[in-house]
Design a protein around this ligand. Structure first.
Ligand code: 5GP
Length: 180
């Protein structure tokens, strides 16, 4: 499938599954190397990172824990950067090495707010692992150590990411081609 239609928008395939998985494996290798002996806790940010999280965690070979949090911050195709709530963080992360697992860092405001929230709970270190970064849109200074891929500013769906709730199921990543 080279193009897909979701509601009013058409998307063309832009990153194939095999290319995604190669970069996810590279990130996993880096984390296995850098965080060996630290027994990190991975915090996967739902919903968008569910597919990335699954593929990443299958390749993490060091002892670790995984948990899931949820944020409400994004409606339609424009990012507000406003986190309404962080739901589901029941683990004690004080003194722990935390790895936040995100789908995409766009302006970076969501990640910045999340790091602030997590920081109040006393982790010893926090690392960022994200599937995608849009470097030209970054508005805040973030130390993104683990990024699978860098992409242009266009809106994308697939591999966990949605447009208005749809499109998360596709195994490849698609870029909008008829944005008004
Ligand atoms: P930020 O706060 O960094 O501007 O936005 C981050 C959030 O915006 C991501 O977690 C994701 O939910 C959403 N987002 C940003 N760009 C895209 C995109 O191209 N496609 C989709 N589906 N979501 C995006």
């Amino acid at each position: 499938m080279n193009t897909i239609q979701i509601k009013d928008k058409t998307f063309a395939v832009s990153i194939r599954e095999e290319d995604i998985l190669r970069e996810v494996s590279r990130v996993a290798d880096e984390i296995n190397r850098d965080l060996a002996g630290k027994k990190p806790i991975f915090l996967s940010v739902l919903n968008g990172s569910f597919m990335f999280t699954a593929d990443l965690m299958k390749r993490i070979t060091i002892p670790c824990e995984i948990s899931f949090v949820k944020l409400a911050s994004y409606q339609g195709v424009t990012s507000t950067g406003v986190i309404k709530e962080v739901i589901g963080l029941n683990e004690d992360i004080s003194g722990r090495t935390v790895v936040v697992v995100e789908d995409i860092v766009d302006t970076g405001l969501t990640m910045q707010r999340l790091l602030e929230t997590l920081g109040t709970r006393g982790p010893s270190e926090i690392h960022i692992a994200t599937l995608l970064v849009k470097p030209d849109k970054l508005k805040v200074d973030l130390n993104i150590e683990y990024a699978a891929m860098r992409i242009p500013n266009d809106f994308i769906v697939g591999y966990g990411l949605d447009y208005d709730g749809m499109g998360r199921n596709y195994k490849d990543i698609y870029t909008v081609i008829n944005e008004e």
